[in-house]
Design a protein around this ligand. Sequence first.
Ligand code: FE2
Ligand code: FE2
Length: 339
Amino acid sequence: MTGHHDGQNWPGHYDEALAPAAHQPESEHGMTRRQLMRHAGWFGGAVVLTAAGGEVISHIAGSRDSSTEGVARVAVAREGALRFVQVSDSHIGFQGPANMDVAGSFTHAIDQVNSLGFRPDFVMHSGDLTHLSTAGQFDQVKQMMSGMRTDRVFTVPGEHDSIGDAGRAYRRTFGKGTLGDGWYSFGTHGVHFVALVNTLSLEKLGHLGNEQIDFVRRDLAGLSSDTPVVVFSHIPLFAMYPKWGWSTDDALRVIALLRRFSSATCLNGHVHQLFTKTEGNITFHSATTTAYPLPKPGRAPAPTPQVVPARQLKDALGIRTVDYREGNRELAVKDQRLA
Ligand SMILES: [Fe+2]
Ligand SMILES: [Fe+2]
């Protein structure tokens, strides 16, 4: 481990061979994009261009944004800044008219992650990695994610990843270093991350269970209340639409533990559409999918894959980047279409 990852714990990831991003403490001025790209290559692509106020004005390495062409204006290394990506619901193995090529869509999403113009500190896949939990699908999605240029890949299971075996095949592939049914936590850049499993004892709604909630209680106990906390789960921890199972029946017990923090952010998948809701100190963000859209709550008899024209499909799919600068209270969540 080097640079800002010193002394940090990264459980739940599956690939330690990926090189950590190097530190790049110096500012750079007046380099052409080509020079900068070459330079960034020496440092593992860890350089990100920002304006003095912290706003990104340009990107390096493969950005499709035409504003990055020509001479780079300002190049300030984001020391102390954290950037990660959330992808969700790739459903590798799904076959149906709602998306005839989910592997192609996920490849597209991975390409998009690799052309962000910065190397994310980590990527979180928030579940439904596979469609049917087969060994072949787990192998395929793991193989595909190994092509993401990032330091670490984390996952939480979706209900599609635990079909028939209570998540055993999932944990064989992705559960290294995790606790219980596959939950874990880690900290980096002053942010504390908790990854939860709420898809295993699934009757109608998501469920966490006593053992996992006790883990969260112990895990958060030592943190000061000004530590930003981010919680990942597949199924939402808020009541997005309980009628369709888009809720977690015992989530309020975790929400109660998050109340004392000045900033808590819950990031989920499962609902295959963007949705954001704030309740006091806690903000919930449902992510979209890379596979196929689901209907808006209540707008269909059931949450079944929606067949839409090809162009609309691309608009419905996407990835999410999250940006955090140490010392700030809020995380900046930005969703991008797969287009
Ligand atoms: Fe899903
Ligand atoms: Fe799901």
